[in-house]
Design a protein around this ligand. Sequence first.
Ligand code: C5P
Length: 225
Amino acid sequence: MKVVALVPAAGRGERLGAHVPKALVPVAGTPLVTRATRGLLDSGVVDAVVVAAPADHLGDFESCLAEFGDRCSVVAGGADRTSSVRAALESVASGAFDAVLVHDAARAFTPPTVPCAVIEALSGGAQAVVPVLPLADTVKQVDADGVVTGTPDRSSLRAVQTPQGFAEPLLRRVHASAPGSATDDASLVERVGIPVATVMGHPHAMKITTPFDLQIAEKILVEQP
Ligand code: C5P
C-alpha cells in the first residue's frame, strides 16, 4: 500500500505563547515538525510526507525538513486546519497513493506503533481509521452560561488522536464536498455516513498545545526510546 502523510503545521500556536509558529518550536533542539515528520518516515509505513506550513515561513520549514530530501515537501497552509489539510492534499497527484494519513505536527512524539496500526486497519479494508484513547475524566455537556446540561456515558467516549487514515479517494471526496472547517478529518467522513474504525492510540501522541505540554515533552517524552 502506497501511503502519503499530510502534516498540517500552519497553526500559530498562540496557546503555547511562542514567538514562532508552534511547529518550529524546538524540543531538546529539534523542532516539532521535524520530529513529527521523522516519526512518520521512520515508522516504515509512510512513503512521502507533505507539510502545510504558514505561508510566511515556508523557507524556515524547508530548512527544518531538508534532511528528508524528496520524501518531504512543503506547501502553504490555509486559515484553519481543514484548509491546510486541503492545500496539502491538492498538492498530491490524484491516484498516486492508496492511502492518506493526516497527522498534526503538534503530536510530534507519536510512537510508530500508532501509524502502523492505522495502516494495518486500512489494509484490512477500513475506509477511515482514527487512533483513540479511553477518557480518564468524566465529561459534562454545558450550555452557553456554563451550566451543566448532561453527562454522556464515559464508557462510550474516546479521545481522538492522529494520524488519522483514509482511503485516498474517500478523503478527496469528503474534502471536495465539505465546505467550512472541522477539527479533524474523520468528522468529514462521519458526515457522509461512512463508518470510521478505531485503533488504540498512545499517551505519547498527546497534542502539544500549552507551555505545560511542552514541559512534559522536554522532561519525559524526549527520554523515551
Ligand atoms: O489548533 P489545533 O491545535 O487544533 O491545530 C492542530 C494542527 O493543525 C496543528 O498541527 C496546527 O499547526 C495545524 N493547523 C494548520 N493550519 C491552521 C491551523 C492549525 O495546519 N490554520
